[in-house]
Write a protein that binds this ligand. Structure first.
Ligand SMILES: O=C(O)C1=C[C@@H](OP(=O)(O)O)[C@@H](O)[C@H](O)C1
Ligand SMILES: C=C(OP(=O)(O)O)C(=O)O
Length: 425
């Protein structure tokens, strides 16, 4: 496996970083366009492994998609919905959005559709959504990847435990307007994580004319009906802003992200508060967000249940802070691309750190770190966490930096360019 020498910052970073589209928004906008009542457009959609897998899945189920205005990480899609066809095999890669959002769409047709993905994908939680699809009338073989789905699905009422992933709810809601009876999804179990992502699903459905009732806690009702075709532009990926903004804190520099939305359901928006708590100055600037650091980082005690995907960057910052941190409410990260709690503890400790796993998070006591190999476990956010630590610690080598292609294929180039700009201050 190739090793990427993480560059160390020698001066405060001053950079403006334009980020490509949000993975979570792209991988909702594409299926909603594929299920819409007519042709539509998804502009500035992300191009990355997860987004490309979503586009390929929808195509193989009968959607026509034409690309224009392509760059290595962005594309405008013209989407022409078609009847859902069976006989397809879907590769979900390691994408939670593809493995949870596409099976309910496949269940709209009456042909068999098979699903599989990376070895690591086979251990990610799928059981509750597959059981729910069965309860709603589909035929499903398997309780985890690989599995097959065959419709037609009727819809109706279903109860599931979504404490392992919010995507188990989002997946059912996204396709439900097309079920004969719509759907009522009821969650029973420990609290659902990543609820901003469910709000994102509900908001995007409503923007397309779908009636959704989320007035009762842990219950979502989607009425059957058409999904309006739209001309929609994807917001920048705020979770992928995290490592770049972390560079401002570590180096005592300033990083500006253009296009930071005024209002958004993306959990990355919480970075404004979390990074301020860690000692950054955060300011909205015309058309964007600017984060400045002092070079000193304060530890935090934070419940990240709703914003778990920010954990790897925050853990990397916490390892470089001047006081201990506690990151809580994130037991579900054990079912992400890898067991992120174990992976972060192991890799930071291998560099000389002091990270302890708790039942639902991490306790991080900063210690002087030394260089070494930082393994990424096929997890894009582990790879970027290694890059963040490398800014302050000479000799860090990130294994398989190309895994950042899951959501940000241009990460290595963007990271190097951010550091080159140091000289222009
Ligand atoms: O719906 C989505 O787009 C996502 C939901 C969250 O998943 P979990 O609820 O499994 O944490 C998040 O971590 C993931 O990166 C994207
Ligand atoms: C958990 C993540 O991804 P996925 O959509 O595969 O669940 C993530 O991107 O941090």
């Amino acid at each position: 496996m190739s090793l990427w020498p993480a560059p160390t910052a020698t001066e405060p970073v001053t950079a403006t970083i334009s980020l490509p589209g949000s993975k979570s928004v792209t991988n909702r906008a594409l299926p909603l366009a594929a299920l819409a009542e007519g042709p539509g457009t998804v502009r500035r959609a992300l191009r990355s492994r997860d987004a490309d897998l979503m586009a390929a899945a929808l195509r193989s189920l009968g959607t026509r998609m034409t690309a224009s205005a392509e760059t290595p990480s962005s594309v405008d899609w013209q989407v022409e919905p078609g009847p859902v066809t069976g006989g397809a095999h879907i590769d979900v890669g390691l994408a939670g959005t593809v493995m949870r959002f596409v099976p309910p769409i496949a269940a709209l047709g009456d042909g068999e559709v098979s699903f599989d993905g990376d070895a690591a994908a086979r251990t990610r939680p799928m059981g509750p959504i597959l059981t729910a699809l069965r309860d709603l009338g589909a035929r499903v073989d398997g309780d985890a990847l690989p599995f097959t789905v065959r419709g037609p699905i009727r819809g109706g009422e279903v109860t599931l435990d979504a404490s392992a992933s919010s995507q188990l709810v989002s997946g059912l809601l996204l396709a439900a307007a097309r079920f004969d009876k719509g759907v009522t999804v009821r969650h029973e179990g420990p609290p659902v994580p990543s609820t901003p992502h469910i709000r994102m699903t509900v908001q995007m459905l409503r923007e397309r004319g779908v009636t959704v009732d989320d007035s009762e806690r842990d219950v979502w009702r989607v009425e059957p009906g058409p999904i309006a075709a739209t001309d929609f532009t994807v917001e920048p990926d705020l979770s992928n802003a995290a490592p770049f903004l972390a560079a401002a804190l570590i180096t005592g520099g300033t990083v500006t992200i253009p296009g930071w939305p005024e209002q958004t359901t993306q959990p990355g928006d919480e970075l404004r508060h979390l990074l301020a708590e860690m000692g950054a100055s955060v300011a909205r600037v015309p058309g964007g967000l600017s984060v400045s650091g002092t070079g000193r980082i304060r530890g935090i005690d934070a419940d990240l249940h709703d914003v778990g995907e920010l954990t790897p960057t925050l853990a990397a910052l916490a390892a470089l802070a001047d006081s201990p941190s506690r990151l809580r409410g994130i037991a579900h990260l054990r079912g992400h691309e890898t067991d992120r709690l174990a992976a972060l503890a192991c890799e930071i400790n291998r560099l000389g750190g002091d990270v302890r796993e708790t039942a639902d998070g991490l306790e991080i006591r900063p210690r002087p770190l030394t260089g070494g190999v930082f393994r990424s476990y096929a997890d894009h956010r582990m790879a970027t966490a290694g890059a963040v630590i490398g800014l302050a610690v000479p000799g860090v080598q990130v294994e398989d930096i190309a895994t950042t292609g899951k959501t940000l294929p241009e990460f290595p180039r963007m990271w190097n360019e951010m550091l080159k700009k140091e000289g222009r201050r």
